[in-house]
Design a protein around this ligand. Structure first.
Ligand code: ATP
Length: 758
């Protein structure tokens, strides 16, 4: 409810009540002091940064301190820079008798240091800002008036008030919106192709999710346009603010469905002053790889099945072999024999260790060498040899290329990439691993149509194999320790201790490190401390995050979930999605099904019910499709009506008609964005026909997931429906991408669910 007329002008118009102009001037004066304070903070941070950079850091410890301070001040400057637009967007006036009086809410906290740190501006994430989002006339939380400030650069251009009293509560609002005028103004804005933050107009149902406790698994189910992505990103910012220490160390991971989507949401967190979050697709979670190869949906679906974990385990076991029946090895002009029984025993012992393949290998190798040593000793005459002789023989055998080759044939060192390549490229290998687990047609999908690049569906398989194989880095670690020890000992002037013993054992390393000079240690840590947790996480496959947020979570396959759960052993997760929009053949039908293997029923469900994107006229069309999909599901209620009816037409010559239709839509949205959403097989051709620029995108539906445009032109809906098992879901997604206008261009048979539109 607005007590003053809505104003978009820079100055209070002539006919505005004089008290409005006076209030506006008073708000401007206050906001100007906030900007002055912001400028002062920036100057101070810049000065501190300059000073820090001037220090030359004579000792390693001083250098480390300098680098930490540099990072801190650089981050602070970035944060202060990011809040320039819309620094202060709200004001709360409390009823008499409340502890709080007037509170200004904005993008970060500012305090008057010389006045006992009195808050001048409260960060939107602070508990005291909560009533700004939650208070309603029926439940005012002590708030008398909520004011939304509108601004352009540093100028306050207008404001809207809500008086939270019972008279207003009686009027009631169906959707329970807070700050309706500000919200509608935000929603009417033209889309730019990049998502913006919603910090000034977060709604109560969204706020409850954003501020939910950190621990446990929370699923946020909501229809299209209900703000799931916005909520997920604001939650990341809120959690980092509230649990800064805990989360800065482990980092927060935000997973999105594809790189187009990540580009679309990429600016939201920096605009909230947060840069320490890793945004990635599942395909980017294998360090050093951006798996963007393509493959058939059938192949991707088979790769995503949970049974693939068993196939991969079988593929690893298949490489742990025994001779049939005997393997002969020539050593020093003697023939040594490895028989099936010896090797089977060695293999059983190694497998029973339950270590990953490359680590269990050491046990296998050791047993085989023991057996060969016994044989060689027998041939030389056991009675003539002492313990040292036997040890020498074992060392010779261990160094023999023929023995190494024999062992490599029985229990090879394996890499995830090598093994997965073999599995897909060699039908026999695949048959041995998957013969009992996958029917032949599915095996054929795995083996077929793969270009040279890894695909997103390969990454969870590589990750699974990395777990099964492990990395035997014992030699590297021993080497590293040896180097460290030499360095440390040198620094301590105790090099002579080491010269007595070439075989440096772990225990000794520890003893020497106990007397280690802290500075030397700090120097070693220096390279690591300069990276944020997110940057370190991106380079480390085994990194575990403090919190993981998954957007469009309904698209993930069972194998994707296995990977993500390994990255979140504490199960602190926010999963947002909509099972009605699932397009991937291996995606989710129900959240319970997805989560049961990991947390049983220990997860909580939150729902979002209001659609902020798509106007009611377009949602009425989408509702027809949803009804056909699942009668139990209901479309979220739209916040807006536009008065613009969606249109449909039949084209018999698409190439001739489409460019004109696109031009008309571009001009109708007057500087806004238009998407032409097309069936996958037509994408290449239509993209070339229409061209693309900042305002026009030509996309298949899977690439449009999560995005929005002012106008959407949907081409050949019948082909989209027929295109996959989840074709109706794809149609539902396509229809709900528009913020203003929808047109449907039919080329074939009408789709009944569109009720005459296409
Ligand atoms: N409280 C809000 N204030 C202003 N804009 C909002 C608010 N909530 C959502 N929006 C806007 O509504 C649009 C849809 O939001 P978002 O993309 O997060 O929805 P979604 O639920 O993820 O949709 P989908 O499932 O279709 O991908 C965005 O433009 C977002 O900025």
């Amino acid at each position: 409810m607005s007590v003053f007329p809505d104003r978009e002008t820079d100055h209070a118009p002539e006919d505005s009540p004089p008290e409005y102009a006076a209030e506006l001037a008073s708000e401007q004066a206050y906001v100007s002091t906030l900007y002055a304070k912001l400028d002062a903070e920036r100057l101070a941070a810049q000065r501190r940064l300059d000073e820090t950079l001037r220090q030359n850091g004579r000792t390693p410890q001083a250098r480390t301190e300098r680098d930490v301070a540099t990072t801190m001040y650089t981050d602070r400057l970035a944060q202060l820079g990011s809040v320039e637009q819309g620094l202060c967007f709200g004001r709360l006036d409390f009823r008499p008798g409340n502890d709080e009086e007037t509170t200004y809410v904005g993008r970060l906290g500012l305090f008057a240091e010389d006045d006992d740190y009195r808050p001048l501006l409260v960060d939107w994430r602070a508990p005291v800002a909560r009533p700004f989002y939650l208070a309603t006339a029926a439940s005012p939380e002590g708030v008398r008036r909520r004011r939304h400030l509108r601004s352009l650069s540093r100028r306050v251009t207008g404001f809207d008030d809500e008086i939270l009293d019972l008279a207003a509560a009686d009027q009631g609002q169906d959707l329970g919106l807070a700050g309706e005028a500000a919200l509608l103004a935000a929603l009417e804005r033209r889309r730019t192709g990049e998502m913006s933050d919603i910090v000034a107009t977060i709604q109560a149902e969204q706020d409850r999710i954003i501020r939910a406790p950190l621990g446990g698994v929370m699923v946020v189910q909501g229809g299209p346009g209900t703000g799931k992505t916005a909520v997920a990103l604001h939650r990341a910012a809120y959690l980092l603010y509230t649990h800064r220490q805990q989360l800065t160390a482990r980092g927060v991971l935000v997973v999105g469905p594809n790189s187009t989507f990540l580009r679309y949401i990429g600016q939201v967190l920096p605009s909230l002053g947060e840069t320490g979050v890793l945004l990635a697709t599942v395909g980017q979670l294998w360090p050093g790889l951006d798996a963007d190869g393509t493959e058939s949906p059938e192949a991707a679906e088979v790769k995503g099945r949970a049974v693939l974990a068993e196939v991969l385990a079988a593929a690893v076991r298949d490489r742990q072999r025994v001779p049939e029946p005997v393997l002969e090895i020539e050593h020093e002009r003697e023939i040594l024999k490895l028989d099936r029984k010896t090797c089977t025993e060695a293999r059983t012992r190694a497998r029973r260790s339950r270590r990953p393949h490359n680590l269990a290998r050491r046990l296998f190798v050791s047993d085989v060498l023991d057996a060969l040593t016994r044989q060689a000793a027998r041939k030389l005459g056991e009675d003539l040899l002492d313990a040292q002789d036997v040890q020498d023989i074992r060392a010779e055998l261990a160094a023999s290329p023929a023995v190494a080759a024999a062992i490599e044939g029985l229990w090879p060192k394996l890499t995830p990439e090598g093994l997965l390549d073999d599995l897909f490229a060699d039908p026999d290998c695949l048959e041995r691993a998957a013969g009992k687990l996958l029917p032949e047609t599915d095996r054929a999908h795995l083996a077929s149509g793969r270009d040279a690049k890894w695909t997103p569906a390969d990454v969870p398989l590589l990750d699974e194999l990395a777990e099964l194989l492990g990395v035997d880095d014992s030699e590297e670690r021993a080497d590293r320790k040896r180097r460290e020890l030499v360095e440390r000992a040198y620094a301590e002037g105790v090099l002579d201790i080491l010269e007595q013993d070439e075989e440096i054992q772990d225990e000794e390393t520890l003893q020497v490190s106990a007397v280690l000079d802290a500075e030397l240690f700090a120097e070693r840590q220096q390279a690591r401390s300069e990276l944020t947790a997110a940057q370190r996480a991106a380079q480390d496959r085994t990194w575990t995050f403090g919190h993981v947020i998954v957007d469009e979570a309904q698209e993930l396959s069972a194998m994707d979930w296995r990977l993500l759960m390994r990255r979140t052993p504490n199960r602190s997760m926010t999963l947002v999605g909509d099972v009605a929009q699932t397009g991937a053949a291996g995606g989710a039908h129900s959240w319970a099904e997805v989560l049961a293997p990991y947390v049983a029923d220990r997860w909580r469900l939150e729902q979002l019910t209001v659609n902020y994107r798509t106007p009611a006229e377009i949602m009425a069309v989408a509702a027809g499709v949803l009804e056909e999909l699942d009668r139990e599901l209901t479309v979220p209620s739209s916040v807006r009506e536009t008065g613009v009816r969606p249109w449909g037409r039949h084209s018999t010559d698409l190439d001739a008609d489409l460019p004109g239709l696109v031009r008309a839509e571009l001009s109708a949205v007057d500087g806004g964005t238009v998407a032409v959403l097309v069936p996958g097989p037509r994408h290449e051709h239509l993209r070339t026909l229409l061209g693309e620029d900042e305002r026009l995108s030509v996309l298949s539906v899977d690439r449009a997931k999560g995005l929005e445009f002012d106008a959407v032109l949907l081409v050949a809906p019948d082909e989209i429906v027929a295109g996959s098992e989840r074709g109706l879901n794809d149609l539902y997604v396509a229809l709900t991408r528009a913020t203003k206008r929808l047109g449907v261009v039919r080329t074939g048979e009408p789709v009944p669910a569109l009720h005459g539109l296409g």
